[in-house]
Design a protein around this ligand. Sequence first.
Ligand code: UT7
Length: 322
Amino acid sequence: MSMQRSLILGTGAYLPARTLTNNDLAAMVDTSDEWIRERTGIEERHIAADGEFTSDLATAAAREAIENAGLTVGDIDLIVVATTTPDQTFPATATTVQHKLGMKQGAAFDVQAVCSGFLFALATADSMLRQNLFTTALVIGAETFTRILDWSDRSTCVLFGDGAGAVVLQTGTGEADEGVIAHHVRTDGSKKDLLYVDGGVSSTGTIGHVRMQGNQVFRHAITNISSAVRAVLADTGHDINDIDWFVPHQANQRILDGVARKLGLDEDKVISTVALHGNTSAASIPLALHTAIKDGRIKKGDLVLSEAMGGGFSWGASLFRL
Ligand code: UT7
């Protein structure tokens, strides 16, 4: 039976030009290329240039997504930006993106769910489109995450990078199994102290730096992600074997492997960009999705499963068909 759906029309991405290798980091803190590769799978990450802001990364990704969707800026009436590293405390980075795109119509706002932000933004935009509040949405994950790193803390500074990815959603008529199909998003505020930033507008008046008890986060990540994925599959009546591609949040290759193993997913179906991007927080899923569409692996009609876990704790899973 055909029904109103949020259809995925196009994707885009942007990575800053400068890269930082593991060996570059080994010259800064007591670490090694071998440790970082073995424990995380990361080889290098991109770093935004001085004067290059989250909104610049987001705008570049958005332009490519709009072009790939075969639309123009005039068609967009909603922008949701998932970011932990906004240009300013306010206004929302999304309104800056709106302005940089030259977009006069519609509405734009940010969503903050750290590394799970893109899935929360996707669920938000999909809900608003289904309620006919808007017709065509840009859902963007964009981060200059390296700006909140403590470059003397080897347990966190080797993990993250900067980047942006964007998806264009448009309301249309489709089958129940087309476009954005289902979401499962959850948080648990009691785990806040395991992954947080030690600063903020209303607490310290400073930006702060990322603090993480990595091994604790790792343990919770595999459990929470697997339960979110199972919930999404149960909601939709899909089996893990129906999935064409798995596009997870890119935090650590060991988490990707662990989740795939736990879910019984074939490793050939896992899209991994963590080696070259590091963990780009809210940007990692749309960046990985665009990478695999661009290189021809993910094609129109493919069923894609996505998941994420991050600070909050926040976590979730989404199922969509391209
Ligand atoms: O996207 C948001 C969610 N975040 C995540 O999902 C991250 C989840 N966590 C992880 O990915 C991993 O826990 C890490 C990659 C952060 C760390 O790997 P681990 O295998 O859990 O290592 P660990 O934290 O248990 O530390 C093991 C050892 C420690 O030394 P001792 O105490 O055994 O002597 C650390 O001090 O590794 C040491 N270590 C390092 N050594 C070299 C920690 N960071 C480094 C480093 N280089 N960069």
